[in-house]
Ligand binder design. Structure first.
Ligand SMILES: Nc1ncnc2c1ncn2[C@@H]1O[C@H](COP(=O)(O)OP(=O)(O)O)[C@@H](O)[C@H]1O
Ligand code: SF4
Ligand SMILES: [Mg+2]
Length: 362
């Protein structure tokens, strides 16, 4: 079941990811875009790594290790698609999201936005590109400045980029408020006067102010009630269709991702462990971790035989991830090889890839 009342209109997306996704390349890249009928990717991520240094000491801080938040991730987002990135808290989803928008610099790897490699774009080009890529944050309460009126919050990106005078900005704010289902008269109010769902609509309006083509949705409904979640997902779907947007949708909830996204990437401890068209991945999850995530959210239908894996144990520290397969400390199928050799992503069916020794010889 999807979220209450949510109609997955994205399932008729022109991206029709299903059987068209071509094989992975040598580096395990989930190439979703180059076969016949699909457009070139809008976003192309190649072997992306982000290690955060960990330091100790009050006055003479010394480096004591690194957090391997993202550890060699490759995937592509076709123009017009909604790609879901799913995994438990702390697995590196938000770090990937921030790297894609170059809000932080990668340790290594490349992020291509169309024809431009973002990590090498000079500041002036980056400033122009920033208009085209926006983010909606998880918590609309903390991401909206409580001291600014809603009109200022939504219109601010226009003023910062020098794209509108005051009158034009006001008109655009009114247009954006209507677009997200709020009254233009609400522009003069402060964020605390709104409900959680309304605040997230304001966050969405702000993200759309500059007419972006790519929007990262970082757990945009996680802090909302279930009924409100469905409304926001429907709004996001309508806006995507109307404005021709491309989304990266970050979530810890696999059932929401399945209904909202054309393609799903499952992440565990800084790595992508399974990737594929959402309907295929949902019908036949392969990686034991994906199965465990599904077991946590799915109530099997009557007569449906689905293997259930209950996750036990804590997620290991990304400062010291397990050798071999990073999931082996929690995997009910772990074999000796899993402790020594890291499995690479390999294709099992059209566009459906998994990194697990159980499937290496298939
Ligand atoms: N600025 C930072 N400095 C150090 N560690 C960080 C920083 N940002 C994130 N991390 C760590 O990186 C890992 C991944 O975090 P994050 O990307 O936020 O995961 P998720 O969004 O999946 O919950 C976590 O262990 C987190 O503590
Ligand atoms: S590689 Fe081994 S430990 Fe990792 S998920 Fe597969 S069976 Fe489990
Ligand atoms: Mg996060």
């Amino acid at each position: 079941m999807g979220p209450a009342g949510y109609t997955p209109s994205s399932m008729t997306s022109p991206m029709a990811v299903s059987p068209h996704v071509p094989p992975a390349t040598e580096c395990g890249r989930t190439d979703t875009s180059t076969s016949a009928g699909l457009q070139k990717p809008l976003i192309d991520v190649r072997n992306l790594v982000k290690h955060f240094p960990v330091t100790a000491g009050m006055f003479f801080s010394r480096r004591t290790g690194v957090v391997r938040a993202v550890d060699g991730v490759s995937f592509a987002i076709p123009k017009g698609a909604t790609v879901g990135l799913v995994g438990e808290s702390g697995c590196g989803k938000s770090t990937v999201a921030r790297l894609l928008l170059r809000l932080i610099e990668p340790t290594s790897g490349e992020v291509w936005f169309g024809e431009t490699e973002l990590t090498k774009a000079p500041p002036e080009q980056m400033r122009r590109l920033r208009r085209d890529m926006q983010i909606v944050f998880q918590d609309p309460h903390s991401s909206l400045n409580p001291r600014r009126r809603v009109g200022e919050i939504i219109g601010r990106p226009l003023m910062i980029h020098g794209l509108a005078n005051k009158r034009q900005a006001t008109e655009r704010v009114h247009e954006l408020l209507s677009m997200v289902g709020l009254s233009p008269a609400m522009a003069s109010r402060f964020p605390h006067e709104f409900s959680g769902g309304q605040r997230q609509r304001i966050g969405i309006a702000r993200a759309l102010a500059l007419n972006p083509s790519f929007v990262v949705l970082d757990e945009p409904t996680s802090s909302l009630d279930v009924s409100v979640q469905a409304q926001i997902l429907n709004l996001l779907n309508d806006l995507k269709a109307k404005l021709g947007l491309t989304y990266l949708f970050v979530s810890h909830n696999l059932s929401v991702v399945e209904y909202f996204c054309d393609l799903t990437l499952v992440m565990y401890l800084g790595k992508i462990v399974e990737a594929g068209p959402s309907d295929v991945l949902h019908a036949e999850p392969l990686h034991p971790y994906t199965k465990a995530l599904m077991s946590a959210v799915l109530v099997p239908e009557v007569g449906q035989q689905r293997e259930r894996i209950i996750l036990t144990g804590e997620i290991p520290s990304p400062m010291n991830p397990p050798q071999g397969c990073r999931f082996h400390t929690r995997c009910p199928y772990a074999m000796d090889v899993c402790k020594a050799v890291e499995p690479a992503l390999s294709e099992q069916a059209a566009g459906h890839q998994v990194a697990c020794h159980l499937y290496q010889s298939r």
